[in-house]
Design a protein around this ligand. Structure first.
Ligand SMILES: [Zn+2]
Ligand SMILES: [Zn+2]
Length: 547
């Protein structure tokens, strides 16, 4: 039995895990990388043949968990993709949108390339690949055991993150070995607003735990609502425009709900609210359709026939012309994606809005390293936005309490639910900390160790042999710790070199004379050959060759 961490190791995006057990191979999540070098990384071939997989288990619809599944299908995967019913509905919207965006971008790049005599650009996947992937989807009910492949069964449990999100309890059986691996997926706070609370799980041999906010604390709901109320009230009564970059799925619905609450308490005037996203209507429709799976707070509104996602003066914007017209509007609220300002219509609203000291930008979600949103939050004042140099003068606010992720205390509270397995002594399961920037993951791992549980932060591509026998599991973890805690581990460097090499291949222009660069590359190759020679000598006969 083996678990390979293929993504979200020491970073937030690109979730992807391979489980191998009893001759079966199952993938948990298969998400896109976002941020630095993302294009090259998303294109990097999978380290397995997609046709050899039995199934994919999907924790939730967000693209950093689901976005490379159509690519998997394009490359030969024909198995089943298991996810909850709302996730299935959301994927239909998110995947189509992402294929359309990729097609538009590839067409634009191809036109640019044509003028330079460079070959056309292919999108990562097409709408046909998406259709095919959608046809492999199979709904999973919450709390039911599902046999996925020989030796592998799963139970989807509430994760409290977004509509349809799930924690996966994966049960592996090989001979007389039985191992339970729990994947937290993205985990909501202990006290959720729109979703049901994360399931209380007590038994596992291994827990793969996210750590987006592993070193941070959120403000309480009450404080965050007060903060939001005061920002919105001040800005709107001063006649300002408030731009809210938001994920179109979940965070947008949460903000619509919060805006409705503000209106009900009289804290907001009649300023128009523009939800500028062609996907917005569809995503909100899916939320309405599945309110039965949402929190009692949300259901208390629907029970009174009040639509919690429909504040007064809400206007859905779909056409580009209507969207551009918002540039001229002064006093309004503008909700638009993408949530981290890496693309989508919010980029144009920022380009036309952040130079103006009268405007406000309110960040209500996580901003990953390298994204435009993060650069704004980090206080950069001179930015190039959609091809134009812009000086940032608008007032910026960050309200992190609306997060769909638990904070450090939430994560530690959830982790403390796990009790030691019979015969495991005092220790509980082994925690494998992923889905966080290195500082956040390391800090959470430290916190888990403090509550007496072993915890490691894996490196990209790290393989972990799973065992129900405690001593074996601990030996394996001890073997992994030194590699995992060194920032410059061999695995990490090798994957960085591979990414760099693909990026350079991309940048290379055929026909150009590279006399200045060739010697650099030749010496790099010599160095790598020397390192490889030494590694080969050290390799123990029979062990898996590295690199
Ligand atoms: Zn998520
Ligand atoms: Zn995520």
């Amino acid at each position: 039995m083996r678990l390979t961490v293929l993504g979200a190791a020491g970073e937030v995006t690109g979730s992807n895990y391979l489980i191998e057990c009893a001759g079966s191979r199952v993938l948990v999540d298969c998400g896109t990388f976002q941020g630095r070098d993302d294009e090259t990384r998303n294109k990097t071939p999978f380290p397995f043949a997609p046709s050899t997989l039995n199934a994919v288990l999907l924790t939730h619809a967000h693209l950093d968990h689901s976005g490379r599944i159509p690519l998997l299908v394009r490359q030969g995967f024909t198995g089943t993709i298991r996810a909850t019913l709302p996730t299935l509905d959301l994927l239909d919207v998110l995947w189509r949108d992402s294929a359309n965006l990729m097609r538009e971008e590839a067409e634009w790049k191809t036109r640019k390339n044509e003028r330079k005599g460079i070959p056309p650009v292919e999108p990562l996947y097409s709408l046909e690949d998406v259709e095919k992937a959608l046809s492999y989807l199979s709904p999973a009910s919450y709390d039911e055991r599902i046999d996925v492949a020989p030796g592998i069964a799963v139970r989807f449990r509430d994760a409290g993150h977004i509509l349809g999100s799930a924690i996966l309890e994966v049960r592996l059986t090989e001979g007389d070995e039985r191992v339970t691996v729990v994947f937290s997926g993205d985990l909501g706070p202990q006290e959720t607003v729109m979703e049901r609370n994360p399931a209380f799980i007590t038994e596992a041999d291994y827990v793969i735990l996210e750590s987006t906010y592993g070193n941070r604390l959120h403000k309480s709901n009450l404080e965050s609502r007060e903060e939001f109320r005061s920002v919105m009230k001040d800005a709107l009564s001063a006649g300002a425009k408030v731009i809210i970059p938001t994920f179109v799925v979940d965070r947008a619905q949460r903000i619509l709900y919060e805006l409705m609450l503000l209106q009900k308490t009289g804290a907001m005037d009649s300023a128009p609210i523009y939800f500028d996203s062609p996907m917005g209507v569809k995503a909100t429709e899916i939320y309405r359709k599945h309110t039965n799976l949402m929190s009692s707070e949300i259901q208390s509104w629907t029970a009174r026939d009040i639509d919690p996602f429909m504040p007064d003066n809400l206007q859905y914007v779909s056409g580009v012309k209507e969207s551009q017209a918002i540039n001229e509007v002064r006093n309004a609220v503008v909700l638009a994606g993408s949530g981290m300002c890496t693309g989508g219509r919010v980029v144009h609203h920022l380009k036309h809005g952040v130079w103006d000291p009268n405007n406000h930008v309110v960040f209500v979600g996580y901003q990953a390293k390298g994204t435009l949103g993060r650069r704004l939050v980090d206080g950069e004042t001179n930015l190039r936005i959609a091809g134009e140099d812009v000086t940032v003068k608008a007032k910026l606010h960050t309200i992190n309490g609306f997060s769909a992720h638990g904070d450090r205390n939430d994560l530690l509270t959830w982790a403390a639910n796990f009790i030691p397995a019979p015969g495991a002594g005092a220790a509980g399961p082994v925690f494998i900390i992923t889905h966080g920037e290195p500082d956040a993951s390391e800090s959470l791992a430290e916190g888990i160790r403090e509550i007496g549980r072993p915890a490691i932060v894996p490196t990209p591509g790290q393989e972990i042999l799973l065992s129900s026998r405690r001593e074996e599991a601990e030996r394996e973890i001890l073997r992994l710790i030194p590699a995992a805690s060194a920032t410059d581990s061999v695995e990490r460097l090798l994957s960085e070199i591979a990414v760099l090499a693909s990026a350079m291949k991309e940048h290379a222009v055929s026909g150009r004379d590279y006399a200045d660069i060739l010697p650099l590359l030749q010496s790099s190759r010599t160095l790598l050959e020397t390192a490889d020679g030494r590694m080969a000598k050290e390799a123990v006969p029979g062990s898996k060759p590295r690199g």
